[in-house]
Design a protein around this ligand. Sequence first.
Ligand code: ASP
Length: 325
Amino acid sequence: MTIARAPLFAQLVANTNNGFYGQDIISVRQFDRDKLAYIFGLAEEMRHMVQQIGSADLLRGRVLANLFYEPSTRTSSSFMAAMQRLGGAVIPINEVRYSSVTKGESLPDTVRTLECYADVIVLRHPEVGSAQIAADYASKPVINAGDGTGEHPTQALLDLFTIQEELGRIEGLTVAMVGDLKYGRTVHSLTRLLGLFGARLRFVSPEALRMPGELIEEVRARGMEYTEHDDVAEIIGEADVLYVTRVQRERFEDQDLYERVKNCYVITPELLQSAKERMIVMHPLPRVGEISYDVDKDARAAYFRQMENGMYIRMALLAAVLGRA
Ligand code: ASP
């Protein structure tokens, strides 16, 4: 049985002039407001399509290589679901341990191998700059799914999309980022993207996990208003977005330090009593204790909606990069 396509979706045809076709997605620095609006509009259409008909054949015959050198649940599975819902296929290399990487194969050789079989490569790797290295060697598009403590551009896109969807705007909001701002790549990418909108920033972390100087310099250069804190209570009342992060255990050289800071913040229903009625709590997940499970019932807890948005954003990116939107 043939199912009629959603009318809007029918317009998503070959388009190699969309500014994304054949491009690598390495950093949020590649985005301006027009590009964001394009991807967000497309993500909306993807949501409608999935809700109405579940899948489409926009990327039929295309292949994605999903190459993960670090653990992942959401990013990896949402890229796979995104490709499959658009009719494409996936080579899943979620465990490089079972690939020739274990035999000592280099990243450049691995990506040059995969691009013989795939049309696009999604890469997660523990080293900052690895996605750029992969892109330098590959002639097919490479999408950065997290390079160490560097960036996580697709996460930042879905984070910003979530803020827009939940609060209806981005400009003029007060966004508080809480937790491991030093090693958390998602807050690095999100801070950069927010720079395009002039949000007010509140950085809350223990002294040892402050936002890196490079990011603070960028925030200053953009003229954004920001303050640094070590107590969430100081900012909870003014936050429109409370973006909570996990303390990134795997990045610590000093495990004693990790033990000292690992439980630095826990968001509880009691704390949220002092928050605005219309605000949202976000988290890139996984959480390991920094948001209590009781908060999940609060309508302001947006982290599960946030992760669903990830699939729509990744569908939009794949379609755009492969010239089908
Ligand atoms: N999933 C996110 C990341 O890959 C956040 C985290 O791991 O804490 O960066």
